[in-house]
Design a protein around this ligand. Structure first.
Ligand SMILES: [Zn+2]
Length: 424
């Protein structure tokens, strides 16, 4: 009798230990969090409606001119990881964080090694989003950084009420959302794996929050069984980049993406292909999509339509997250650093109809190179001068269209950049 009691006690203890780390099925708080925010903040609701109008306009234009699947410009997003921990287990290692970034870069580039598990009919929709991530190389003040902020807290677990985003509430304040993706890693209550804020909201709370055990990769998994390959963050960053759950958060709902099949609801675990619902035969539900609720080892793809939707946020005219394109967050301080052109010259008029005058403060310049980049980072003009000897230079950019550009002048090993605007 004593023995059986011991077994029961042992079984109970095992159960309790497991309940701390195991999560029954994927739980993402984004939809609920978004509904709350929209109720509290009518401006956020209006902003989201405007973003949707802009997004659909861009996607329709791309669909009409056949460029929907031709994303060519790589977007580099600087990430700051706030590790807010109370226990040693919650203070996840740099190794796990680096593994997470690596997995994001594989998954968003369609280079994940498990893409062979995508059912054949969905393969043509498998997209390289051209969106990439780096751990921030500098902080908002321009000091060198590892992109990892560690904060010891007394808070046992956080909720969707954003306490983790405020130092005063035992969390860690956001870095400027215009230049960084804030990723908070902490202990979350209510079996929550993570939640994200859709674009258009307050900068102080903009970003992604995830359970510490979800951080990792296929090669270096985190500690939360079934959700430890880094896909929770891929899913949540998908939301942060304006993707909805693939079932549209309703019975046979609409996720605002044209190439994802309509599906009845969330999928859990790893279903068998095909799983038919909502008249979506013969291929059925795309449960291998990062925006479903399946286990990490069952998620393998974003679609072309989802990629277009995310990239619309980086449109040079209306993109809500376009400021990230000019963030220096991914650029290390020091070597080959691009300095502000104002240090050595005046550029005028700015805006200009096409011809800019570069007026150097003191030294006459000799050999130099000028490159001009558009808002997506593509080089659109390049010219080298040798044995030029003056402190005034006329830069003729009449061949370029109206818009904002980044002009980079390189002298020797030093580069200087200036934002310039062409208005004809
Ligand atoms: Zn979600």
């Amino acid at each position: 009798m004593k023995k059986s009691l011991l077994i029961i006690v042992a079984a109970l203890a095992t159960n309790m230990a497991m309940s701390q780390t195991q999560i029954k099925h994927r739980t993402c708080g984004t939809h609920e969090y978004n509904e709350q925010l929209m109720q509290q903040d009518p401006q956020f609701k209006a902003a989201q409606e405007q973003i949707e109008i802009n997004t659909q306009a861009i996607i329709n234009e791309q669909a009409n001119n056949g460029t929907l699947s031709k994303v060519t410009n790589v977007v580099n997003i600087p990430v700051v990881v706030h590790v807010v921990y109370k226990t040693a287990a919650q203070n996840i290692s740099d190794v796990k964080i680096n593994a997470q970034i690596a997995q994001l870069n594989l998954d968003f580039a369609a280079l994940n090694t498990d893409s062979n598990l995508i059912p054949a009919p969905f393969k043509p929709l498998f997209a390289n989003t051209q969106i990439q991530f780096c751990l921030a190389q500098r902080d908002p003040q321009g000091n060198p950084s590892t992109g990892i902020v560690r904060v010891l807290t007394t808070v046992s677990s956080f909720t969707q009420s954003n306490g983790v985003k405020y130092t005063a509430q035992g969390g860690s304040n956001a870095w400027p959302a215009s230049s960084y993706l804030n990723l908070w890693v902490c202990n979350l209550g209510s079996s929550l794996l993570g939640y994200a804020q859709f674009p258009g909201g307050s900068a102080a709370t903009d970003g992604v929050v995830c359970l510490y055990g979800t951080v990792g990769s296929m090669l270096s998994p985190g500690s939360t069984p079934s959700y430890n390959l880094g896909r929770t963050n891929g899913h949540e960053i998908g939301h942060w980049l304006n993707l909805r759950h693939i079932w549209g958060d309703a019975n046979c709902g609409n996720d605002l993406v044209s190439d994802t099949p309509t599906q009845q609801g969330a999928n859990f675990g790893c279903p068998n292909f095909p799983k038919i619902s909502c008249n979506n035969g013969p291929n059925g539900e795309m449960f291998v999509n990062y925006m479903d609720y399946v286990d990490d080892d069952c998620m393998h793809m974003f679609t072309v339509g989802q990629s277009a939707r995310m990239n619309a946020l980086f449109n040079p005219n209306t993109g809500t997250r376009k400021s990230l394109l000019t963030s220096l967050g991914c650029t290390p301080v020091g070597i080959n650093e691009v300095k502000d052109a104002a240090e050595i010259m005046n550029v005028y008029p700015n805006p200009s109809a096409g011809v800019f005058t570069l007026n150097f403060n003191a030294d006459k310049i000799y050999d130099f190179e000028i490159n001009v980049y558009n808002e997506l980072g593509a080089k659109v003009y390049s010219k080298s001068e040798t044995k030029y000897y003056d402190n005034v230079y006329s830069l003729d950019l009449n061949s370029l269209k109206d818009g904002m550009y980044n002009m980079v002048l390189t002298i020797g090993d030093k580069s200087y950049s200036s934002r310039i605007s062409i208005q004809k």
